[in-house]
Design a protein around this ligand. Structure first.
Ligand code: MRU
Length: 352
């Protein structure tokens, strides 16, 4: 597999204390790295999707938390703790759906609480360690997701994916794309179809970009062509990522995922959801309890066009995610193994 080291989504420079983010809003036309020093700019980067994809959002937020602690390090202990708490609340407000954001902030909170009796410097050192740990646990985990996913596939298969759940969203192998990259290392020769993923085009700008750069056979399609490629018999499996999986196996992922799952069911194509166990939220009972982010109408009407492609002032509805009913999900693939229905039991076993 060609690694896209030149396109690493999230890094931290411990010499300059800067979070280095690849600005994904500019891909595929421009490769620009941002060097951020304040939690406010980290929040902005998450909010406008300069960094996006559930796991990458979690890592970026952990470093945003660390930056807040570094900035407040010289203050008296009570102000130090108050500043970090305020930054934590700010980061948590960046996006509502991906549970990894809250999971990562909770981990940083626990580490900060455990450091309560220590000096500010020692607390910052502990937070530095925790943010690095959240980042470093990634690669082995995504390799495992890739291998579990690969066990469900056969060489030469046609695979459809939606949005971007690859290296740009979750370091190295990604989640939904991990079996494709692991398969490439074994000459599996998958033929991948990438939905462009309206309105923000993560499939076109990011998935097609990273798979093409890695030398994977990828064909870009508009979202409304998925039924055609399925009907043509070109798709043997659907692989998608997830932003939050409820305890009953309902899956929140990029808007359009539910439609893909319904079509896959119609054509008898297995629909696999891939993600780390940190994306499974056992505290959320069903998909109905998941908050769906709603984004500005301009993303639908004007954002990608030189001229507006909708009449001025027309209403537009722009939910960023949808929930796929667990009945449409063939299996949920995690680093700990493959969960199958009934998910109430199989997901609980992953945490046992
Ligand atoms: O709005 P985005 O680009 O953050 O949405 C990303 C997705 O929906 C991904 O499929 C999901 O976060 C999984 S990334 C490994």
């Amino acid at each position: 597999m060609k690694t896209l080291d030149a396109y690493q989504a999230v890094r931290f420079d411990h010499d300059s204390d800067e979070l280095i983010l690849l600005d994904q809003t500019l891909l595929p036309n421009e490769t620009r790295f941002l060097r951020l020093r304040e939690p406010e700019t980290v929040r902005e980067a998450i909010h406008v999707l300069r960094v996006r994809g559930a796991p990458a959002i979690g890592v970026a937020a952990a470093y945003g938390y660390l930056l807040a602690a570094i900035a407040a390090q010289s203050h008296p202990a009570d102000r130090f703790r108050a500043d970090v708490a305020a930054a934590r609340a700010l980061l948590a407000s960046a996006r509502p759906t991906a549970v990894n954001l809250f999971w990562a902030l909770d981990r940083m909170d626990r580490r900060f609480t455990a450091a309560a009796g220590l000096t500010n410097d020692a607390a910052v050192a502990a937070l530095r360690e925790e943010a690095d740990a959240i980042r470093d646990e990634d690669t082995a985990m995504y390799r495992a997701i890739g291998d579990h996913g690969l066990s469900l596939l056969r060489p030469g298969m046609g695979i459809l994916t939606h949005c971007n759940a690859g290296q740009l969203a979750a370091s190295r192998y990604g989640t939904a794309l991990a079996p494709i990259y692991r398969g490439q290392e074994r000459d599996s020769n998958f033929r991948v179809f990438a939905d462009e993923t309206r309105p923000l085009l993560q499939g076109a700008r990011l998935t097609a970009f990273e798979l093409h750069a890695a030398g994977v056979d990828v064909t870009l399609i508009c979202d409304n062509m998925a039924a055609t490629v399925m009907g043509n018999g070109w798709i043997d499996a659907v692989l998608v990522g997830c932003d939050r999986v409820a305890a009953n196996g309902d899956v929140a992922n990029k808007i359009g995922t539910r439609g893909v799952a319904i079509m896959a069911k119609h054509y008898g194509i297995p629909f696999y959801v891939l993600g780390p166990t940190s994306t499974i939220d056992m505290a959320t009972a069903t998909g109905r309890d998941i908050v769906i982010e709603e984004r500005p109408a301009a993303e639908v009407t004007t954002l990608w066009y030189e001229k507006p492609m909708a009449p001025a002032g027309v209403k537009a509805f722009n939910p960023a995610f949808d929930v796929t009913d667990n009945a449409l999900v063939t299996a949920i693939v995690t680093e700990k193994g493959v969960a199958r229905p009934p998910y109430g039991e199989s997901l609980a076993r992953l945490f046992a």
